[in-house]
Design a protein around this ligand. Structure first.
Ligand code: SF4
Ligand code: SF4
Ligand code: SF4
Ligand code: FES
Length: 937
């Protein structure tokens, strides 16, 4: 059973570079200054009994089980709270401490249910283990005195139970919630015998708890226990893998009993998460084995015909034949493919290879088009690399954190917790967001400045920050002279000093008082380490790419690049959005962001692939859809992506899909896009995949199969079969071979192999001869492009304007318990927290329209309308409304428009002019695209 547990050293490691020598039970050991006696003992191979200590939490010293004797010191100090001193001689096993420990344990056991054999934690209970370790044989006080054995169980949380009768009040759960998660949902109430754990006097479900599970993991007894363990029993084996939800990319141990997954436990040595998780990764994996999954290929002649089951051969033959006929009739470029940021690097790589080599076109794009394509463009123009600059750990060194258009506590929760820890330690916080996100005010955290800007005015505000830096003498001239291109800097400085970029000029358009902009700019420039973290609130605008470059300008001008604690950091949405971009999913770039028009690069790929490759960029998703509507684009392969729900202006997407002669969908579920498909190729869940995901910090993590593919095939095998049927065989024996090919063709991946990842856990690219173990921080010595290139970033207001007819601005986002279009999380118990999208509206706007909290409203834009419930809140300012897009019933994208980023076509999801009116209708009549029948009536 111990294979389930990683070693626990009792207290956190000290980071001091200085070392001291101590002796524990006669064993000499050298430890960093600040190491506890308990940890030194563990490092010497001596286990000291403990209950309230664990190495993920600061020592607390409450259980008194870890007492030791130290030469020259009086009494029996607790080893967890006693720091080592030079030359200390420690004895952990003297008759005196052994006696004391037995007494302590006797008291615990006398107030604990004696149901070890039937307890769900049997074999995984530290209290049980410690009773054995201290040699407890009898309980002299009996079990009949006053006790807590009848205390109730709180089973309100869908995923874990709280059986108070087993609680030893060690506070590990409370400290985990405070120190690791940062939610502070738990307290110890009462004193002495009456003290107990309380989620704020309410049930867990009704409390502030966000179900991250840190307390469950920290609990040394069965008091807090996963319901899956209670139902299925203790797991017996583990497989190390990676979460398939967000771009944080948390590492997990999938713990199984036989072939059944029992629980997911975040790995302490996970580079991205270091033992923490959120509710999605830890608990919301049930979708992977949900009965809605389609496990057999499906085909149909037309989209109004019923599906029929087919063999793999038939489905692939059907698809290949149609592609052949379409290309004969409409030309080679009448077909294309979309890769998925939810699939592995290896799966994505083979799809783009199939499109380029077997389809013979560069018409390949990825769902990153609709989220972070401006990041790729903007950071490449300025720094030379299409990726964030830091590792997640870097935030621990930040003095000033600027969060722009991101909501880390909901969308990137484990990183959000890390950031909150740094903020509680005293880092300063600037938030740029139209909404009051949780970070603005949460326990022990208050933003110094919340610049509550009007949606669509990001560039104006960041230019104004740059203006203050430039005009108030806050430019880091030494950094700029040393690291940046003087010509582009001079042009930028000249531009940014213009009066139209001043805070006073920007105040009117952005709604942010000039003095606040000035103060925020001064704070950011003062640092000394200032870091920018941003999300889709930056990229999903008509000036998304401009904004990325404006932030990069600001970071370069203030010298905040190239070391720990600084940088420009995109918080990527989906688990493998970085990887799908890296793997050559864009129509103009081969893997490693190399342009298809570069003859030398293309020849290298052509030689290895044995195929002729085209040198001109193919079509992006919106271009493919537009071409379909006019009858010029006829077939689309869609890998793990639901464009009919996730892409803007749903009606336009539907019309495009309806116009095609062949839509192939590879997915777990018959999603909205599959309504328009002719071939459905069942996909594999992350529990079945073998490959790698690359997270937001460029970290390449292994995804290992926890169970056999339920469809009988890995997705890359299906792609290879289709490619072969098209006359271009691709053969690989394993996903590892695919990675070897990627490494051989992609300089930033040159050193990556499954063998390396299995050995070291994970690496951050670039990983090559110069950086054999990867690159946590980019641009340390110089920028990847040589000199950092400033870009002139004039603010151009979006064409999407509010009018008398559409006077409000709709902006969209995510919520913690749901994920993206909800295909996964809607099929889990997470719906207990959020089972419909709602419209956040300010009281003033609601009142003016006669809207009450919870009533149905119609939200109409110039392209469509939908219906959802109103939620009156002061999180949004007057004039701005907000919703999520997790449920197809509300179809939020029916109302988003065709406007997009000028450089990358990333849709302008964050700004849609709308009107909101009360309605009597419920969701059954909800989604109406202009000029269309209701689609889910
Ligand atoms: S619930 Fe568990 S971790 Fe929390 S105080 Fe009780 S025994 Fe300790
Ligand atoms: S699950 Fe997470 S948020 Fe909830 S009480 Fe436990 S540690 Fe706190
Ligand atoms: S933070 Fe993201 S990667 Fe980590 S467990 Fe949650 S959803 Fe998964
Ligand atoms: S483990 Fe040291 S006092 Fe509890």
């Amino acid at each position: 059973m111990t294979l389930l547990h990683e070693p626990d050293y009792g207290t956190p490691a000290s980071t001091s570079p200085e070392r001291i020598d101590v002796v524990v039970d006669g064993i000499p050991v050298s430890v960093p200054v600040g190491t506890s006696v308990m940890r030194a003992a563990a490092e010497a191979g001596v286990g000291v009994p403990k209950l309230c200590a664990t190495d993920s939490l600061q020592p607390f010293g409450s259980c008194r089980l870890c007492l030791v004797e130290i030469d020259g010191k009086r009494g029996t100090p607790a080893s967890c709270t006693t720091p080592c001193e030079p030359g200390m001689v420690v004895r952990t096993q003297t008759p005196r401490v052994e006696e004391l420990r037995r007494n302590v344990m006797e008291l615990y056991i006398s107030d604990h249910p004696l149901d070890c054999l039937t307890c769900p934690a049997n074999g995984d209970c530290e209290l049980q283990d410690m009773a054995g370790v201290v040699g407890l044989r009898e309980v002299r006080y009996g079990y009949d005195g006053e006790n807590h054995l009848d205390a109730p169980t709180d089973a309100s949380n869908p995923y874990f139970a709280f059986d108070e009768s087993k609680c030893i009040v060690c506070s590990r759960c409370v400290r985990a919630c405070d120190e690791i998660q940062g939610t502070l949902a738990l307290t110890i109430v009462g004193r002495g015998f009456d003290s107990k754990v309380s989620p704020g006097g309410r049930s867990f479900f009704d409390s502030e708890c966000v179900s991250c599970g840190a307390c469950v993991q920290a609990c040394p007894t069965a008091t807090l226990e996963e319901k899956s363990v209670i139902d299925l029993g203790m797991p017996t084996r583990t497989v190390e893998t990676t979460c398939a939800y967000c771009g944080v990319g948390c590492s997990f141990k999938a713990e199984l009993r036989g072939d059944e997954l029992v629980r997911m436990v975040p790995s302490k040595n996970g580079g991205a998460n270091e033992g923490h998780s959120c509710v999605k990764g830890r608990f919301a994996w049930g979708y992977a084995t949900h009965t809605d999954r389609v496990l057999t290929p499906l085909v149909r002649e037309s989209i109004d015909a019923p599906w029929r089951e087919a063999s793999w051969e038939e489905a692939i033959g059907f698809a290949a034949e149609r592609i052949r006929v379409i290309q004969e009739e409409y030309g080679v470029d009448s077909v294309g493919g979309i890769t998925s940021s939810r699939c592995t690097n290896e799966e994505v790589y083979v799809v783009q290879k199939m499109v380029r080599a077997a389809f013979g076109t560069n018409n390949v794009d990825t769902c990153a088009r609709v989220c972070h394509s401006p990041t790729g463009y903007g950071l490449k123009q300025t720094f030379g690399t299409s990726a964030g600059t830091q590792d997640f750990k870097s935030v621990q060194e930040a003095d000033v954190i600027m969060v722009i258009g991101a909501n880390p506590t909901d969308a990137h929760p484990v990183f959000g917790s890390r950031m909150k820890r740094r903020l509680r330690e005293g880092a300063r916080l600037i938030v740029l967001d139209p909404r009051r996100i949780d970070l603005v005010r949460s326990p022990h955290i208050e933003a110094d400045y919340h610049l509550q800007l009007q949606p669509g005015t990001n560039v104006a505000i960041v230019n104004a920050l740059g203006h203050v830096v430039a005009t108030e003498g806050l430019i880091d001239r030494e950094f700029v002279a040393d690291r940046c291109d003087p010509v582009t800097f001079a042009a930028w400085e000249d531009f940014i000093r213009q009066p139209e970029n001043s805070p006073e000029a920007v105040e009117g358009v952005s709604g942010v008082p000039a003095e606040e902009i000035r103060a925020a700019a001064r704070l950011y420039a003062a640092g000394p380490n200032s870091a920018i973290y941003y999300g889709l609130g930056v990229t999903e605008h008509s000036q998304g790419s401009t904004m990325v470059m404006a932030m990069a300008n600001l970071a370069m001008a203030t010298g905040n690049i190239g070391r720990d604690g600084v940088g420009v950091n995109p918080l990527r949405g989906q688990n493998n959005v970085q990887g799908s971009c890296d793997m050559g999913s864009f129509p103009h770039e081969l893997p490693g962001y190399r342009h298809v028009s570069d003859d030398a690069v293309r020849e290298q790929f052509a030689a290895l692939w044995g195929a002729e490759l085209r040198g001109e960029p193919g079509m992006r998703i919106p271009n493919m859809l537009d071409a379909a509507v006019v009858g010029e684009f006829k077939a689309l392969f869609v890998q793990g992506e639901d464009i009919a729900q996730s892409d803007p202006n749903t009606h336009h997407v539907q019309r495009a899909l309806e116009s095609m002669d062949l839509v192939i969908v590879q997915d777990l579920f018959l999603n909205e896009t599959a309504r328009y498909a002719h071939v459905f190729l069942p996909g594999t869940s992350f529990l079945e995949k073998d490959g790698t995901f690359t997270n937001a910090e460029r970290r390449i993590n292994r995804v290992r199969p926890v169970m056999a593919a339920k469809t009988g095939k890995q997705e890359w095998q299906v792609t290879c079969d289709l490619s072969a049927a098209l006359g271009y065989p691709m053969h690989y024996d394993s996903a590892s071979q695919i990675m070897d090919e990627i490494a051989s063709l992609t300089p930033t991946f040159a050193g990556v192999s499954f063998a390396l990842l299995d050995e070291v856990g994970s690496v951050q690219w670039p990983c090559n001869e110069q950086h054999p173990l990867g690159t946590p921080i980019m641009h340390v010595e110089g920028f990847v492009r040589g000199k950092g290139a400033f870009q002139v970033t004039p603010f151009v207001p979006t064409d999407e304007r509010t009018t008398r007819r559409y006077p409000l601005v709709l902006t969209t986002g995510r919520i913690l318990s749901q994920y993206n279009v909800g295909a996964q999380t809607r099929r889990t118990a997470n719906v207990a927290w959020h089972d419909e999208d709602v419209l956040d509206i300010h009281e003033a706007d609601a009142e003016a329209r006669g809207i009450a909290d919870g009533t149905w409203v119609t939200i109409a834009s110039r392209v469509g309308s939908t219906v959802m419930r109103a939620c009156i809140t002061d999180r949004v300012p007057p004039g701005v409304v907000y919703t999520t897009f997790h449920f197809p019933d509300s179809g939020a994208n029916v109302i988003t428009t065709e406007y997009s980023d000028w450089a990358t076509n990333c849709p302008e999801y964050k700004v849609t002019a709308v009107e909101v009116t009360p309605t009597l209708r419920g969701p059954e009549a909800s989604v109406v695209a202009v000029g269309a029948e209701p689609v889910n009536a």
